[in-house]
Design a binder for this molecule. Structure first.
Ligand code: IMP
Ligand code: MG
Length: 177
C-alpha cells in the first residue's frame, strides 16, 4: 500500500508557474495595503502558503487556523469543526484566506462566515485547486489555481489519510484500492 505511486495530475513545474502567477496578481491587487494578512487553513495549505507568501512583493503576515470536517479521510459530511483559532485579531486587516482545495465548499463557507463576523477591512479567498463538479454550496473564490475533475488528489500539502503530503507534485490516488 505504501509503495503506491500517485499518478501525476499537476506537475511541479505547473504548480510553480501557477503560484508565481497568483502571487503576481495578489501583489498587484494589494499593492497599496499596509499589510496583507494571509490565513492558512491547516494542515493542507501549509506548503502552498509557504511558496505563495515567499513570492509576494507586498508586506504580509502569516496566520494559521485549523479546521476539520467530520467523516473519514475521503468523505466530507458538511459539518465543520474549528480545531485551532487564530492567534491575532483580524479586525481592520486585509485578510486573504489560503486554502488547498475546495470540494463541496462547506469548509470555506464556514471559514468565510466566521471571519466576516470579526470585521476585517477586506476578506478574499485563494485556493490552489477546486473540484467544480462537487460543489454543494455557493462560495466566492477570488484567486484560483486549477480546476480538477472529481478525483482524490494528494501531494503539495494534500493528503490521503495523512499520507503523501510532501510529494512535490499533485497526483491522483484511487481510495478504493
Ligand atoms: P469541502 O469542505 O468539501 O470543500 O472540503 C474541503 C477539504 O476537504 C479540503 O480542505 C481538504 O482538506 C479536503 N479534501 C477535499 N478533497 C480532497 C482531495 O482530493 N484530496 C485531499 N483533501 C481533500
Ligand atoms: Mg483543507
Amino acid at each position: 500500500m505504501s509503495d503506491v505511486q500517485p499518478e501525476v495530475l499537476i506537475s511541479e513545474e505547473q504548480i510553480d508557474a501557477k503560484v508565481r502567477e497568483l502571487a503576481a496578481r495578489i501583489s498587484a491587487d494589494y499593492h497599496d495595503v499596509e499589510n496583507l494578512m494571509m490565513v492558512g487553513v491547516l494542515k493542507g495549505s501549509f506548503i502552498f502558503l509557504a511558496d505563495l507568501a515567499r513570492r509576494l512583493t507586498i508586506p504580509n503576515s502569516v496566520e494559521f487556523m485549523a479546521l476539520s470536517t467530520y467523516g473519514d479521510s475521503t468523505t466530507t459530511s458538511g459539518e465543520v469543526r474549528m480545531i485551532m483559532d487564530l492567534r491575532h485579531s483580524v479586525a481592520g486587516h486585509d485578510v486573504l484566506i489560503v486554502e488547498d482545495i475546495i470540494d463541496t465548499g462547506y469548509t470555506i463557507e464556514f471559514l468565510q462566515r466566521i471571519l466576516k463576523t470579526r470585521r476585517p477591512r477586506s476578506l478574499r479567498t485563494c485556493s490552489l485547486v477546486e473540484k467544480p463538479t462537487r460543489r454543494e454550496v455557493d462560495v466566492q473564490i477570488d484567486y484560483l489555481g486549477f480546476d480538477i475533475p472529481d478525483v482524490w488528489v494528494v501531494g503539495y500539502g494534500l493528503d490521503w489519510a495523512e499520507k503523501f503530503r510532501t510529494l512535490p507534485y499533485i497526483g491522483v490516488v484511487n481510495p478504493e484500492g
